[in-house]
Every structure is written in structure tokens, then in C-alpha cells.
Design a protein around this ligand. Sequence first.
Ligand code: DGL
Length: 279
Amino acid sequence: MKDIRYAPIGVFDSGVGGLTVAREIMRQLPDERIVYFGDTARVPYGSKSQDTIIRFSRQIVHFLRTKDVKAVVVACNTASALALETLQPEVDLPIIGVVTPGAKVAAETTANGKIGVIATESTIESQLYTRVIHEHNPRAQVFGKACPLFVPLVEEGWIKDPVTVEVANRYLEPLLATGIDTLVMGCTHYPLLRSVLRQIMGERVTLVNPAYETARELKSLLEAEGIANDGCRGDAKDTAQVGMHRFYVSDAANRFRQFANTILPFGVDTTQLIHIEDY
Ligand code: DGL
């Protein structure tokens, strides 16, 4: 019988952005193997309806199950906000998203009770960040702002471009005016804009990266369930990092691989294309 501790963790996103979450998991849980799926054929999720996001996410979880994963991380904020609650009771595996860990730490971090959340339109409309922050800090004031142009700017590689700074200034101005002391980067791509966000928000605003908090929560969860990889079988440490993780996409595998190679600390040689509508 297979020892579940050595099974991989399924991580999925609408596309490439979730690699920021995968990267954080690799950093904090170096013994764990990841099976990553990026839904590059159907990205973006951030402007789609809840029914669609649930259908897509369900198919992806079915696909990840075929890879015998021991847990699933919904690395996409939009899918975490719109589909996770529906999927959780359907799946007999530990499954976590990025919104709750990020919201929790923001609620605990703020000193003046004013928290900003930047995310996709669908995530902001779902109000999930606000709901979870209030569960942990009922008096907090939450200011949400959708920043839809950030995703294409990051994918274009314009991380520090003057155009990006200009766009960020426009989006963040109203948030700055509220006097927030904490800002949640509630979309997979936004941590890649950290230096621009820092420049505009200033040193006094704490930037919360849900990816970091999610990896921490995953670690506790695996330990609590007794399914953490102890590294004894050597899958992780003795295998070159590059061969340890698997990457799947629903379209444009080459483009994904190129982006992955700018984000991950090792080169991704192969990315497999699958037909996600079959799941
Ligand atoms: N991954 C998405 C998120 O974190 C951003 C990209 C998209 O809209 O699909 O919300």
C-alpha cells in the first residue's frame, strides 16, 4: 500500500499566477512534491461568474485526484473566493484556499483597524475577504479595490514599468486616502508588483501576501493530519528540484513554461497539456 505521506500536493490556478503560491510552498515545505495545474485555456477567472468558476474548479479537482494528490491548494484568489466553499464538502481530501489565511493575518496585523484589499473584480464582489476579516476582527474597516489591469501588466513582464506605476497610482490613490495600515495583495499576480506597491503605499503600510500565509497553513494542516512528507524517502532532497514537481496546463504550454522560468528558482523543462473539459 502506498504511504500517503509521500503523495504530492495538488495546486491549481487560473494560469501562471498561482506559481507565486507554488513557489512559497516549495520554499516553506521543501520535502513536498507539487502537481500544479494552470487553466491557461480559460484564464482569466477574475471577471467570470460564480457558476463558471465552480464548474472549472470542480473539473480541476477531478483532474488532480487522478494524480493521487493528498491535499489540494486552491492557489487562485478568485476560485478560493467563489468556489472553495462549494467544493469543500464534495471533496474527501484536505482542501484549502488562499483567501482565509490572507484575511486572517490582515485582521491580526492591523493596528488602526483599516485594511485595504486589492484583488480581481469577482473576488472583491464576493466580499469573502471582508467576511473573514470581520470574523477575526469585527471592528475592522475593510476597503476593497478591484485592480483588473494588474494581471495583464504582470503577464507582459512590466513589473516596474512607468505605465504600471501610473496605473497603480490610480488604483491605490483612494485606498491611500482612507489611511489603511495593512494592504492584502489578494490576487496571485500582485506579489510580483510588491516593489511598486511598496513605493506607492510607503513603509508604514504592511503588505500581506496570502501565498506566504497559505504555505504556513498548509504546513500546519499536513502535520495535524499526519500526512506531511518527512523527507525520509528522499523524493525531494535527492531528486533535482526540477524533476520533483509536475506542471500541467490546458493551453499554451510553452508560454506557461517561459513564465514559470521567471518565477521559480529552477528551470521547468516540461509542461504537459491536458484537455480539462474531459474531467
Ligand atoms: N489567479 C487569479 C486570482 O488570483 C488572477 C488571474 C485571473 O483573473 O484569472 O484571482
